[in-house]
Write a protein that binds this ligand. Structure first.
Ligand code: AHR
Length: 513
């Protein structure tokens, strides 16, 4: 009787037995959906470890098949992701980068020491022209990060003139002499990086004055003006966004923001990329979800100074950061990438979609061989990571219009003292006219039910892809490159309502038909 009574009560209220246990997903008509700027799926390539050299660039004379020095296997894989944007050359590297070192004949370029990342030699083989070759080969937009830390306003202004000038100025002629007649298209330009840390250990007040000082001298032809980005804060700190938006009233299209997910939250022992305990699975998910709070709090302070939402909030560095792999140069930030990383990526996408009114760009750190990479290489070999697969599954969300969802009856996933919502979902109307739905089950132990009804949107069925695996740290290796990859998934609706079982630790992205 004790078991039957609640069941009967539930049926009395018109709910089925499954509905009791299922997350209910509906459209939230109280919220206006914004366009999910494709640059939310942006990438970041820094002169760091094997990220650019080997990961992307092997040089035109390499035995590894390449186009203009960039490896063909990696280019082909990245094209599948429709990479919309690449940030370069750093990161911390940007504030020690002098653009004149990276132009002209490659064998005459100066060799420098990469003091930020492993103290290795930097021969400047990849410079401005090579970077633009890469973005043009991928059909991406260019995000160039200027050197505020060790550069001058003159050096920064001249780099922009070199890239964008059209006439007969000495710098435009120098660019032509170096093989590029027409100007490069600079979509975004940032003034410094992490000014609070490796970019100069500044206060928001000091940086804000420098930002205004430098940008006064940054000039480009009117039709090739980048969006100007100020370097902002990180994690829970809102003081940078507050100060910048209060005091900079021109030439600032966005404030940037960085947040990395460390399983332990400690920089000295961050946690391992593989073979981690479940406590580090849940802490990683919990720390990932903190991104939502950080963005919400930053948006609140920006709203005070910019109610018209002219200034963007760009999360131009994010992703997992684990203890470096044994045997690797600690300065190279090379780490393996597992199903856990893919779920971290998906949860972040859902958060970015929710805040698409301000968050018009994000850049995962980093594209190849560094931190939460899409691709890992070992000389001529290449593998795709679970994070790569997540990016590919979410391609339809690029430039789609968000359809805000209301989730109720969401089960908790608990371990010890930590508890997080097990299910997360996002939806959007894509450019192809179809509605896409993405769901995550962050519980590594238990499948979860979801019931979906989108009022006003006919659901006959769904088809798409599912990413899941047996172990929390399932990953691809050079010996087993397809240990984890998406599989096809489809389901039929009943009376316009979908009832789905989301496997434990899974991501599902489907087109509604
Ligand atoms: O992505 C690695 C480093 O992390 C970047 O260079 C820096 O901006 C951040 O601290």
């Amino acid at each position: 009787m004790r078991i039957i009574k609640p069941l009967l009560l539930a049926l009395g209220f018109g709910l089925s037995a499954t509905a009791l246990a299922a997350t209910q997903i509906q459209l939230d008509s109280s919220v206006q959906g914004a366009v999910i700027n494709k640059n939310i799926y942006g990438q970041f390539a820094e002169h760091l470890g094997r990220g650019i050299y080997e990961g992307l660039w092997v040089g035109p004379d390499s035995d590894i098949a390449n186009t203009k020095g960039f490896r063909n296997d990696v280019l082909a894989a990245l094209k599948e992701l429709r990479v919309p944007l690449i940030r370069w050359p750093g990161g911390c590297f940007a504030d020690e980068y002098h653009w004149r070192d990276g132009i002209g004949p490659r064998d005459k370029r100066p060799v420098k020491v990469n003091t930020n990342w492993g103290g290795v030699e930097e021969d400047n083989a990849v410079g401005t022209h090579e970077f633009f070759d890469l973005v043009e080969l991928l059909g991406a937009e260019a995000y160039v990060n200027g050197n505020l830390g060790t550069g001058t306003p003159q050096e920064m202004a001249e780099w922009l003139e070199y890239m964008t000038a059209e006439g007969k100025s000495t710098l435009a002629e120098l660019r032509r002499k170096n093989g590029r007649d027409k100007p490069f298209k600079v979509h975004y330009f940032a003034v410094g990086n992490e000014a609070w840390g490796c970019g100069g250990n500044m206060t928001p007040e000091y940086y804000t004055n420098l930002y205004k000082h430098y940008t006064t001298f940054l000039k480009t032809p009117a039709h090739n003006t980048p969006k100007w980005i100020a370097s902002g804060g990180h994690s829970e700190d809102t003081s940078w966004a507050d100060h910048l938006t209060a005091h900079v009233k021109q030439k600032m299209d966005a404030v940037s923001f960085h947040y990395y997910t460390l399983p332990t939250g400690q920089w000295d022992v961050k946690g391992a990329a593989l073979q981690f305990p479940e406590s580090e699975w849940i802490s990683t998910m919990q720390r990932t979800l903190a991104m939502d709070t950080f963005i919400t709090n930053n948006k609140k302070v920006i709203d005070k100074h910019d109610p018209e939402k002219k200034v963007g909030f760009y999360v131009d560095e994010w992703g997992t950061w684990f203890d470096v792999e044994k045997g690797e140069n600690p300065g190279f930030l090379y780490q393996q990438n597992s199903l856990r990383d893919a779920i971290v990526a998906a949860l972040n996408f859902h958060i970015f979609h929710k805040h698409a009114d301000r968050v018009h760009m994000t850049n995962i750190a980093q594209m190849v061989n560094v931190l939460q990479a899409m691709i890992l290489t070992d000389k001529e070999k290449m593998i795709l990571t679970p994070t790569y697969h997540a990016y590919k599954m979410y391609v339809p969300f690029q430039d789609a219009t968000a359809l805000p969802l209301k989730l109720s009856n969401v089960p908790d996933y608990k371990l010890g003292e930590v508890s997080i919502p097990a299910v997360s979902a996002t939806a959007a109307k894509a450019k192809d006219g179809f509605v896409y739905l993405a769901l995550v089950n962050a519980n590594p132990n238990k499948a979860e039910m979801a019931e979906i009804k989108l009022d006003g949107i006919q659901i006959n069925g769904i088809s798409g892809q599912l990413l899941t695996a047996e172990a929390m740290d399932t990953h691809n290796t050079f010996a087993k490159p397809e240990a984890i990859k998406p599989t096809a998934f489809s389901a039929k609706a009943k009376n316009g309502k979908l009832s789905l079982e989301l496997p434990a630790k899974s991501i599902l992205v489907v087109k509604v038909q």
